[in-house]
Structure formats: structure tokens, C-alpha cells
Design a protein around this ligand. Structure first.
Ligand SMILES: *[C@@H]1O[C@H](CO)[C@@H](O)[C@H](O)[C@H]1NC(C)=O
Ligand SMILES: *[C@@H]1O[C@H](CO)[C@@H](O)[C@H](O)[C@H]1NC(C)=O
Ligand SMILES: CC(=O)N[C@H]1CO[C@H](CO)[C@@H](O)[C@@H]1O
Length: 282
């Protein structure tokens, strides 16, 4: 199955009037326990994320007293990202990034507006390279004050629109593995797997917005819907494990010493060796 901006993004374009939609061409394959899922059963739908690059924030002048850092990582406040970013020089780019996490249980947060959403993802760029982000993960959403939670898998190559992988069911505590394997700054393969159940979706993108491949991201995000930030729900701690990258030369990047983004009053993260905990209570 093959979609292009012209065929699939028609409705997304309406929701993303503030964003240019560069050419995005991709195909999708899926398996369950190694057996191909028929193309007729593979469903992706545009999802109204706005942008996922990191929002405005200022460097924290001093450590947040509420953040029980195991390591003395640099911290930065953000409007929308909670988690870790490791950065590599442009002379030694990231090729593959990987991470695992369990999809959290989300609950509506009193005092936050609707929709509320929290997105857990692994991705490349969006920090020191703000022009593009290639990312994939899961999200919990409360559409409005009466709707119950929806848990979904998704991927996005910002600034193109996001896609919900609506045929991939997601349940609380399901373990997900994300691998993004770029073959160039404009092409790559995104793999989203529910480890125990054996669902694997592979999205092969032959053309996307240009990455710099300098930021490795493991993030829980307060997404934008159109131009507005979603409300941010509460969620059980998200632990990113098996965090690694490969690079053009030498060893890859992990979480050690990574910059920690936090959303003041809404969530924080801390590194524990090469694992990272994101908590709404930090
Ligand atoms: C909120 O949810 C209710 C019930 O599901 C629905 O009827 C209504 O249209 C929704 N409102 C908005 C603004 O999405
Ligand atoms: C990434 O893709 C390349 C080229 O297809 C392949 O040789 C390599 O094994 C892949 N790496 C991972 C970690 O999937
Ligand atoms: C949707 C789906 O297939 N979910 C499965 C993911 O893996 C867990 C085990 O961790 C299963 O319980 C889920 O059914």
C-alpha cells in the first residue's frame, strides 16, 4: 500500500494550515507473529498533531529542586517535551535510533484543558535541528471532558502530518520497541513493535523532509493540536530502556549524560544509568 501527500493528506492539510506539507512518500508492511497482515487490514489515518519539534523553553539556571536526579544531567525547561536528548556533531550523524517503553496508564488531569494527550516516542532531531523530526511511538488521548482514554500507535515526519496506526491496538502496559533506521537525511524505515504480542509495523519512507540527524530523542510529549498545546494528563511513569543509536563512525549515543527536558509543573525526567524515567510527578 502506498500513500502520498496528495492522496492521504487531504484532510490533514486542513488541520495543518500553519504547516507546509513537504513531499512525503511511504509504504507500510505489518506482521503478526511473523505472519504478514493483509494490506486490506493495515490502516493509517492522519492524526492532528501540530508540530513535535521542541517548544520554547529556557535553560534552567539551577537544578529543579523537585527533580530527584540520579545523575547531574543538564536540564532545560520546555513547553512540550519531557525526556532526554543526546546530540552528536553534524560530522558524525545518527543512523539508527532505538528504544523501548511500556505504554502508560493515563488519567485526566484536573485543571488541564481538553483534548488531553501524552505521547511517548523515540525519534531523531527537533532540538538543535528544528526543521524536521522523524519519530514514532504511542499516545493516550482524552478527546474532551467526557470521552474515555484512547491508546494509539503513531508516527510522524515533522513538518508533515502525523499518522495514527489505527489497525495496531495498544493497551496499557504493552511493551513497545521503536527502531528508526535512516538510510539518508531524507529516507528511512520506522519500525513499531508490540514486543510480546508480535505485532510489527514497518513504514518505509522513500522521501521526507531533510533531517540533520544530530539529535537522539526519547521523549514524553505534550502534543500540539493545530496551533494549541493539548492539555496534559497524568500517567504512570514511562521508562525508556534499551536506548541506543548508531552513528556514521565510532560508538553510538545513549542516555548517559543526556540533556533532560522538563515541563515545569507538569513532568520531569531523570536518568538512571542508561535508562530514563519520565514522571508527571517529578
Ligand atoms: C465531546 O464528546 C462528546 C461525547 O463523546 C461529543 O458528543 C462531543 O461532540 C465532543 N465535543 C468535542 C468538542 O469534541
Ligand atoms: C538499517 O538498514 C540497513 C540498510 O537496509 C541495514 O543493513 C541495517 O541492518 C539496518 N539496521 C538496523 C539496526 O535495523
Ligand atoms: C494490541 C496488542 O496486540 N497488544 C498486545 C501487546 O503485547 C501485550 C503483552 O505485553 C499483549 O497483552 C497485548 O495484547
Amino acid at each position: 500500500m502506498r500513500w502520498t501527500v496528495a492522496t492521504l493528506l487531504g484532510s490533514a492539510l486542513v488541520a495543518h494550515q500553519t504547516l507546509a506539507e513537504p513531499e512525503l512518500a511511504f509504504t507500510v508492511e505489518a506482521t503478526r507473529n511473523g505472519v504478514p497482515i493483509p494490506k486490506s487490514e493495515i490502516k493509517l489515518v492522519p492524526f492532528e498533531f501540530g508540530r513535535s519539534r521542541v517548544g520554547p523553553g529556557t535553560p534552567s539556571p539551577k537544578p529543579n529542586v523537585h527533580r530527584k536526579t540520579r545523575r547531574a544531567n543538564p536540564t532545560v525547561d520546555s513547553a512540550n517535551w519531557c525526556g532526554s536528548v543526546s546530540t552528536t556533531p553534524s560530522s558524525n550523524q545518527i543512523k539508527v535510533i532505538h528504544g523501548t517503553f511500556a505504554h502508560p496508564a493515563c488519567t485526566k488531569r484536573i485543571g488541564q484543558s481538553y483534548p488531553q494527550a501524552a505521547a511517548n516516542w523515540v525519534g531523531i532531531d527537533g532540538d538543535s535541528w528544528p526543521s524536521a523530526v522523524l519519530q514514532a511511538g504511542t499516545v493516550c488521548k482524552f478527546d474532551n471532558s467526557t470521552a474515555s482514554v484512547r491508546n494509539e500507535a503513531w508516527w510522524q515526519w515533522v513538518p508533515s502530518g502525523a499518522y495514527t496506526i489505527s489497525s495496531m491496538p495498544v493497551a496499557v502496559d504493552d511493551w513497545f520497541a521503536i527502531t528508526i533506521n535512516t538510510t539518508s537525511t531524507t529516507a528511512g524505515e520506522v519500525t513499531v513493535s508490540n514486543l510480546s504480542q508480535g505485532h510489527t509495523y514497518t513504514i518505509k519512507i522513500s522521501s521526507g523532509p531533510t533531517l540533520a540527524r544530530v539529535n537522539a530523542d526519547w521523549v514524553v510529549e505534550r502534543p500540539y493540536y493545530g496551533a494549541s498545546l493539548a492539555g496534559f494528563p497524568s500517567f504512570t511513569d514511562v521508562w525508556f530502556d534499551e536506548a541506543w543509536t548508531t552513528r556514521t563512525t565510532g560508538s553510538g549515543l545513549g542516555l548517559l549524560g543526556a540533556k533532560q527536558y522538563q515541563i515545569p509543573g507538569l513532568c520531569g525526567s531523570q536518568e538512571w544509568g542508561n535508562d530514563m524515567q519520565v514522571s508527571w510527578a517529578l
